[in-house]
Write a protein that binds this ligand. Structure first.
Ligand code: ITT
Length: 206
């Protein structure tokens, strides 16, 4: 698989989430890999019928490759709250409701934690990145970042649940921190590193 991705490759980013498009484009660009979003290509969003991050990432990447004939990367991700048994997990987007309102989703998490009367604020983000190829197998890699939840939400950077998540070893939420720092330690970056290790070859080792 080494060499599937190389400088000059173009990839479809199989997501309709602008926050993910931005973060993934920033990870791929320094390696000379150009990205196009599924939204910009007018590709339809498939139904996420899997019961894991990996399965849903695979479904989205394969749908984008089938619709475009190009290499495609999909990201399925979410927030797992320890005291809530891992919820919202693969349902993280759905907790935002039809309007994708994550202030409501964050309030729901806080409400459910308060109802439990627990002081346990541990949580982690998970990201599964799937690379689908027009004539080849789909590869999936996952990454995770541990942290704690704060209330009220802090910061307006990032997206989704970023304003309530403080990664381990830091005091700022992902919503407050410099986007470059988030991209250095995020679940997305950790999955991305594994994907690159398995598939990327620059001119020297191709
Ligand atoms: P696509 O399916 O089109 O990629 P989506 O937003 O529906 O977009 P998911 O099904 O993977 O994507 O849902 C992931 C949700 O988890 C996302 O909407 C965010 O609310 C949350 N999430 C994932 N990564 C995050 C991050 O880095 N920071 C904050 N929230 C994140």
């Amino acid at each position: 698989m080494l060499g599937t991705l190389r400088p000059g490759s173009t990839l479809v980013i199989a997501t309709h989430n602008e926050g993910k498009v931005r973060e993934l484009a920033e990870l791929f660009a320094p390696l000379g890999i150009a990205t196009l979003s599924a939204g910009a290509l007018g590709l339809k969003e498939p139904e996420e019928t899997g019961d894991s991050f990996a399965e849903n990432a695979k479904i989205k990447a394969e749908a984008a490759t089938a619709g475009s004939g190009m290499l495609a990367v999909a990201d399925d991700s979410g927030l797992e709250v320890t005291a809530l048994g891992g919820a919202p997990g693969i349902h993280s987007a759905r907790w935002g409701g039809p309007n994708k309102d994550f202030s409501l989703a964050m309030e729901r998490i806080n409400r459910e934690l308060e109802a439990l009367g627990t002081a346990d604020r541990r949580a982690n983000f998970v990201c599964a990145l799937a690379l689908a190829q027009p004539a080849g197998e789909t590869l999936v890699f996952t990454g995770k970042v541990d942290g704690t939840l704060v209330w009220p939400p802090r910061g307006t950077r990032g997206f989704g649940y970023d304003p309530i998540f403080v990664p381990e070893g830091y005091t700022e939420t992902f919503g407050e921190m410099d986007p470059e720092l988030k991209n250095d330690l995020s679940h997305r970056m950790r999955a991305f590193e594994k994907l690159m290790l398995a598939t990327y070859a620059d001119g020297d080792d191709a």
